[in-house]
Design a protein around this ligand. Structure first.
Ligand code: M6R
Length: 568
């Protein structure tokens, strides 16, 4: 994971760290910066360093993979003579064998990244930078986006395989970054790196080369990026801001699906009709949205399946008649990208529902729908999940008659109006170590999603399950006052499942639209399944947020996580 920056223009450390801050969602274990005169790194979130002017800089925000969270393991890394500095996002999977070949070099960290600096130090003794880059592309296994800065040299050198990298072209110089948000306040002109590309970047210009058998010069297209909205924070946390934004995000999506993206949706419908099967691929929260997608498409008579991206190739066979729909907030999740590469190789068509425009997954797709949630900053996904689910339900509705967006937004607003009550429930849960969430049918994905939020943000172990599965084992864990959220939509089976828990001393917290004797409910005012599912999800998001507040946890940046998961 990690975020990297390379700046070839007159700048200062404050400006560079400002850009780096926008990549903090990619990891925030430690950070570092190197310029022509400054070299600073520290454990923890990005903090100001002494401000100084410079003509060139590289910077990094880390999500640790190889080597614990220490100052030594933070980037930039350098060679033995502190002449070559570099930042890296990705994993050099054969770093140990590369390291073994670098005799006499002194390593200061436990990282895979440091090996790259010594590799270049060694190669540059006998060859020029282009030859050394070719050697590196041939020798290195794994994924990398790398920016190299060499003392006394007025260029930056950028290499990409697997991990994302883009270039922002400004009138005063050029900026390399893991993603375009980093320079969104500086330019609209972006260039995206392709696989196995190398670039020489200076204040005055750029040259791109593609690694085939040799490095071949490339013509690059400049994409005019349209930025949607600014991200200000008027609330204590981005999480609550993003929860409140959900009704408005749904309205934005509705408008877009019914106008600007109408044709895209029609094409996607045709692609589904012409395929033998439709299979979703996604990770984490986005996977839960795809479970809802499967449910709604199956209801509409369309055969659909879903599989978690990291295990896709082990559990699913695809061929050229399969339509794959990738669902991802960031559009950069490595597990999804890897799965898509495998499927493209088999001739499958690729569609996607993505929140971040111009992202890798969007660019890999034959058709890509923007879910229009707006920038999501909190690591926990809230409004992106909602808009993914709405987008997929809308796709299904193209096969069986329309859908009522207004009902969905009204149900969510009704939940938000119960926040005070949810807050009181949160107080009673803050000391709990385990929680269960049960649902059936379209409420099973919601149970999974609420459980993920509870784990991620309130650090309580939580399991989201099919109500019918309890009796096959998990019931053994229910003790006096074990909290269980029951997602009750009036169907007798789930009420019976909840009663079974109650009979064993468990505490039921019903999220329901019907009268029950199960306990004091969070009232879901929903007339249809999608509205119920999303209202219950939002109730779970608010509950999680308030438990985390009670526990004084770092809500927007939970420990050990990152927003965009760009490693396998
Ligand atoms: O960007 P993506 O939607 O592909 O990310 C997938 C997961 O990493 C993500 O949904 C993760 O589970 C969230 N942090 C959950 O809130």
């Amino acid at each position: 994971m990690c975020g990297i920056i390379g700046v070839a223009k007159k700048t200062n450390t404050e400006e560079v760290l400002g850009m780096l801050k926008r990549l903090e969602y990619r990891g925030y274990d430690s950070f570092g910066i190197a310029t022509d005169s400054v070299f600073e790194k520290e454990v923890g979130e990005i903090k100001p360093v002494q401000n100084s002017e410079c003509n060139m800089a590289i910077a990094h925000t880390r999500w640790a993979t190889h080597g614990s969270v220490t100052r030594e393991n933070a980037h930039p890394h350098s060679d033995c003579s502190n002449k070559i500095f570099l930042v890296h996002n990705g994993i050099i999977s054969n770093y140990q064998s590369l390291k073994a070949g670098l005799k006499g070099h002194v390593f200061k960290s436990e990282t895979d990244t440091e090996v790259i600096a010594h590799f270049f130090e060694e190669k540059l003794k006998t060859m020029d930078i282009k030859e050394a880059v070719k050697e590196f592309f041939r020798a290195a296994a794994g994924e990398f986006a790398i920016v190299l800065m060499i003392k006394g040299d007025s260029n930056l050198y950028a290499l990409k395989r697997g991990s994302p990298l883009s270039l922002g072209v400004t009138k005063d110089g050029n900026i390399l970054a893991s993603d375009i948000y980093a320079f969104s306040d500086k330019t609209q002109d972006a260039i995206f790196f392709h696989e196995d590309e190398f670039a020489i970047i200076s204040k005055a210009g750029y040259e791109f080369y593609r690694m085939y058998d040799d490095l071949e010069p490339q013509k690059k297209e400049i994409t005019k990026v349209e930025w949607s909205g600014t991200v200000e924070k008027k609330y204590d946390h981005y999480m609550i801001k993003e929860i409140y934004e959900q009704p408005e995000a749904i309205e934005r999506l509705q408008l877009s699906l019914q106008s600007a993206q109408k044709e895209k949706l029609e094409n996607l419908k045709e692609m589904i009709k012409q395929s033998k099967r439709t299979v979703f691929v996604a990770s984490g929260t986005s996977y839960h949205a795809t479970l809802l997608g499967v449910y709604f498409l199956n209801q509409a008579g369309v055969e659909a399946h879903t599989m978690i991206a990291s295990e896709f190739q082990n559990f699913y066979l695809v061929d050229k008649d399969t339509l794959i729909i990738a669902v991802s907030q960031s559009g950069e999740t490595m597990d999804v990208i890897e799965a898509l590469h495998g499927m493209k190789g088999k001739g499958a068509k690729i569609a996607s529902f993505v929140n971040v425009p111009y992202s890798t997954i969007q660019r890999m797709s034959n058709v890509s729908v923007n879910i229009e949630a707006g920038q999501e900053i909190c690591v926990a996904s809230t409004k992106a999940f909602t808009n993914q689910a709405v987008g997929l339900a809308y796709l299904a509705s193209l096969f069986n008659g329309g859908m009522d967006f207004q009902k969905v937004t009204n149900s969510i607003k009704h939940i938000i109006s119960q926040e005070q009550k949810i807050k009181e429930i949160a107080k009673t849960l803050k000391k709990k170590e385990d929680m269960y969430i049960i649902g059936r049918g379209f409420l099973y994905p919601v149970a999974r999603e609420v459980a993920l939020k509870v784990k991620e943000i309130s650090y309580i172990h939580a399991e989201g399950m099919m109500g019918g599965e309890l009796k096959h084992g998990t019931l053994a864990l229910i003790e006096k006052d074990t909290p269980v959220i029951a997602l009750v939509n009036g169907k007798t089976e789930i009420v019976s499942n909840a009663m079974e828990i109650k009979a064993r001393g468990g505490r039921i917290i019903p999220f329901t639209n019907s009268d029950t004797t199960l306990g004091d409910p969070i009232n879901i005012n929903a007339e249809d399944e999608l509205s119920f599912a999303l209202a219950a999800t939002v109730a779970g998001q608010l509950l999680t947020y308030h438990i985390a507040r009670e526990k004084n946890l770092p809500i927007d940046k939970p420990r050990n996580l990152a927003k965009s998961v760009t490693v396998k």
